[in-house]
Design a protein around this ligand. Sequence first.
Ligand code: ADP
Ligand code: MG
Length: 239
Amino acid sequence: MNEVVQVSSVTKVYTMGDQRVEALKGISFSVQRGEFVAIMGASGSGKSTCMNMLGCLDVPSSGAYLLEGVSVGRLSKNELAEIRNRKLGFVFQGFNLLARTTARENVELPLVYARIPAAVRHQKASAALARVGLAGREDHYSNQLSGGQQQRVAIARALVNEPAIILADEPTGNLDSKTTVEIMTIFQQLNRQGITIIMVTHEPDVAAFTSRHLIFRDGQIIGDTVNANPTQAGEETRS
Ligand code: ADP
Ligand code: MG
């Protein structure tokens, strides 16, 4: 099955007292396995609401969301948690690593929840850290790592369960421009290895590394464009 994500006529309505906010007004799109998608749009346009749904943290008010063909709207809280752990990897702006904990232990965390035996956890965490260029740093504590290294640990943690999708919400928002390029280069490498990535960003320079741009405005998708020539590492200073 090639469609990892199918979103059909999804609405999301928040009500607070007699206030009613239509955060998503009937959006539809699908994502094929192996795509690298940027979600863009002004503040308040519905990006986070959409990501929360894709991440099974929230369900649509109407319409359907299928993740690998499974309708998420019908699942219980426990089933959603199970899907999150098994099928999704999350990367956040603020890294969200445990303090006073080693890189390896942070990466092993999703495997602990999945009840994988310790020896296998160890081996998988080392392999994931190697994929993000952190071989040899397994025993460093998160507070001994730079921001870029911390974000790489977070990417390794997102990868370790071999998820169907990595969801990243402004993953370079806290990083300087040189480190941003490093992180985007890692995402590109992982994507070339077949990993599907959906990433929210405000910044055109960051979106330029992806191969598709979904543009949100006022709870609707107003643009869905292919980026035929994504920026490659080393090119970003050319223009
Ligand atoms: P973005 O991530 O693009 O900035 P959001 O998805 O966070 O946009 O928000 C879309 C709209 O929904 C905004 O008008 C926002 O105020 C509203 N909204 C988001 N979350 C909630 C919530 N939990 N309760 C009420 N309104 C919300
Ligand atoms: Mg947001």
